[in-house]
Design a protein around this ligand. Structure first.
Ligand code: HEC
Ligand code: HEC
Ligand code: HEC
Ligand code: HEC
Ligand code: HEC
Length: 208
């Protein structure tokens, strides 16, 4: 009698715990939605159309992680400085100032655009690209655009190695003035391509 009761209680407690854990799992699964088209304002008006399109810079020059790690990575301001040490403003603005200076018979002034200035400030540099102790280094707080829920396992490396193009998932990035989410990133978008390319359809491959 006593023994059965303990048995029943254990069973009930076990059942309750199982239900709670199932509920937590389900609510964890429910959080995400469809963020297709999401395009938050970024702290610097960085343009993929200009850099990846017009200037033709390779995606992996900036997103170095894509080939070797799960995350493609966002470039640190130091990578921008490979060019923006010398490019402090759009060429047209620099030329306009040179013309004005020539007409006025003076030396051209240094032209620093407000957007490029933000890169310098992020590194604690003044307009002449000198370290200024009064300026605090303040990393650029880029807004994250793409995100799959935590219960999903996604790795850039295996896709890049299998020659899947960035554009197959991210769309025509080289035409985007401002980054936006092109695909739904919902399960169907993964599974559709996996079916076509005969990649894994195993639930456990994509879900932890
Ligand atoms: C000169 C550096 C540079 C190059 C080249 C570049 N990117 Fe980016 N990329 C960035 C920066 C900076 C951000 C963060 C700001 C933003 O979202 O626009 C970013 C953001 C992204 C994001 C969104 C990240 C997120 O938060 O979800 C994707 C996707 C992306 N890039 C793909 C590409 C692809 C594809 C290419 C090549 C066609 C490319 N990028 C070329 C610098 C670069
Ligand atoms: C390979 C060289 C190169 C790299 C790397 C590069 N840029 Fe540029 N960027 C340029 C050039 C060249 C221009 C100017 C084009 C023009 O003359 O209008 C420019 C223009 C810009 C502009 C427009 C400036 C304005 O005032 O309109 C912004 C903003 C900018 N870059 C941000 C960035 C950021 C942020 C990074 C790093 C994530 C970066 N760039 C990396 C070459 C580069
Ligand atoms: C098979 C689809 C797919 C391909 C191909 C792909 N991405 Fe992504 N990318 C994603 C997904 C999904 C996320 C969101 C990942 C997350 O939440 O962890 C993402 C996120 C990103 C991010 C922001 C977060 C991070 O990983 O650092 C960047 C930047 C990015 N991708 C760039 C690229 C570039 C550049 C390429 C090509 C070299 C590329 N992606 C190829 C699907 C893809
Ligand atoms: C445009 C096509 C395409 C899309 C979209 C795509 N994949 Fe894949 N994926 C592939 C290919 C091709 C492989 C096979 C790689 C291999 O066999 O080496 C693969 C392999 C994988 C693997 C197994 C290798 C590993 O990294 O462990 C996982 C997991 C995976 N993809 C997850 C996802 C998820 C999650 C999404 C959606 C967010 C997604 N994929 C979207 C093409 C795609
Ligand atoms: C190729 C990768 C991939 C495979 C294979 C896969 N899933 Fe998913 N699944 C995802 C992604 C990405 C999400 C998150 C986006 C979403 O909610 O659609 C997801 C979400 C889910 C969700 C939550 C849906 C919601 O509305 O919140 C459930 C449940 C699920 N998957 C079950 C499964 C089962 C069961 C299988 C095996 C039959 C499976 N998945 C196979 C990628 C995959």
């Amino acid at each position: 009698m006593y023994r059965t009761r303990v048995g029943t209680i254990t069973l009930l407690v076990g059942l309750a715990l199982a239900l709670v854990s199932l509920a937590t799992r389900l609510s964890a699964l429910r959080v995400p939605g469809n963020h297709q088209g999401y395009s938050p304002t970024q702290p610097i008006a960085y343009s993929h159309r200009l850099h990846a399109g017009e200037l033709g810079i390779d995606c992996r020059y900036c997103h170095v992680g894509a080939e070797q790690s799960p995350h493609a990575g966002i470039p640190p301001a130091g990578i921008c400085m490979n060019c923006h040490t010398s490019v402090s403003a759009p060429r047209a603005d620099v030329l306009a100032e040179a013309k004005k200076a020539e007409a006025a018979n003076r030396k051209p002034e240094l032209v620093v655009s407000p957007e490029i200035r933000k890169i310098y400030r992020a590194l604690g540099l003044n307009d002449k690209r000198e370290r200024d102790p009064k300026l605090e280094r303040d990393p650029i707080a880029w807004m994250q655009v793409h995100k799959v829920p935590d219960f999903v396992r996604f790795d850039h490396r295996s896709h890049i190695t299998a020659s899947v193009a960035c554009q197959d998932c991210h769309g025509p990035v080289e035409t985007m003035e401002r980054m936006r989410q092109h695909s739904t990133l919902l399960m169907g978008s993964c599974v559709d391509c996996h079916r076509k390319k005969k990649a894994t359809l195993d639930c456990g491959a994509c879900h932890q």
